[in-house]
Design a protein around this ligand. Structure first.
Ligand SMILES: Cc1cc2nc3c(=O)[nH]c(=O)nc-3n(C[C@H](O)[C@H](O)[C@H](O)COP(=O)(O)O)c2cc1C
Length: 217
């Protein structure tokens, strides 16, 4: 299937089949999509929690009460739920750990290249730290790139998905002890198989016309 056809075909899943499980190979591919998502300066300012057990999903569902209760069945009936988190700061220790990985992966063969890479990345972090929105907002943008990756990747794998912003992030942060880890939950993705209750599966897709949203210069 062409990539364009895939984008027309994929739909947000509004109800999941609770009996469906992902295979280990599918879970590994989902993890690869998360790990391999690109980020500005390769800072990878994120962490992803993947809940497949009932207990894990229940801790994520701590964020789906009250106004967000409509998303609770999606979290509990999905085969896996990813809590996509952004770093709220990037200190020198963290940035040096990213650098060490790049060195060990062979991207920076000289000391000069390593020093330059560290300087550029640290400079971006400092620039964003000085802005009102801070490092967290910059990190959050990178997390949403990973969201796009995983949504399209899941569709290609024949796995149904629902991105979820309708949740109480503070409650999820508390349930997973994220503040102490320097992380904040940004968005969830529920993954699994659409059930017969999924009203969205039968509805046509709707988007503004390309002429409305795209201008060729
Ligand atoms: C960032 C983001 C957050 C979303 N949050 C929710 C949500 O909390 N609950 C839900 O049912 N759908 C949610 N959606 C799904 C959107 O409503 C859906 O993507 C949009 O209507 C387009 O439909 P499609 O994904 O089927 O093409 C979210 C989508 C995105 C991209």
């Amino acid at each position: 299937m062409s990539i364009a056809d895939l984008t027309y075909q994929r739909k947000t899943t509004k109800a999941f089949d609770p009996t469906f499980q992902l295979t280990d190979a599918q879970l590994a591919d989902i993890c690869a999509l998360l790990q391999m998502s690109p980020s500005s300066t390769n800072a990878q300012p994120w962490h992803f929690f993947v809940a497949t057990s009932d207990a894990g999903k229940r801790s994520v569902a701590a964020g789906a009460s009250g106004d967000f209760g409509y998303n609770e069945p999606k979290i509990m009936n999905a085969a896996a739920v990813v809590v996509m988190c952004a770093r709220d700061h990037m200190d020198d220790t963290y940035l040096r750990s990213v650098l060490a990985q790049e060195v060990s992966d062979g991207r920076l063969p000289t000391e000069e290249a390593q020093a330059n890479q560290h300087k550029v990345r640290s400079g971006y972090v400092q620039k964003h730290a000085q802005q009102a929105e801070g490092v967290l907002q910059w990190a959050s943008k990178q997390v949403y790139i990973a969201l796009g990756f995983v949504l399209l990747g899941a569709a290609q794998m024949g796995i149904d998905a629902c991105p979820i912003e309708g949740f109480d992030a503070a409650a999820v942060d508390q349930a997973l002890g994220l503040k102490a880890k320097g992380l904040r939950s940004q968005v969830l993705v529920a993954l699994g198989r659409s059930s017969s209750q999924d009203f969205n599966a039968a509805l046509p897709k709707s988007r503004l016309a390309q002429s409305e949203v795209i201008t060729v210069l």
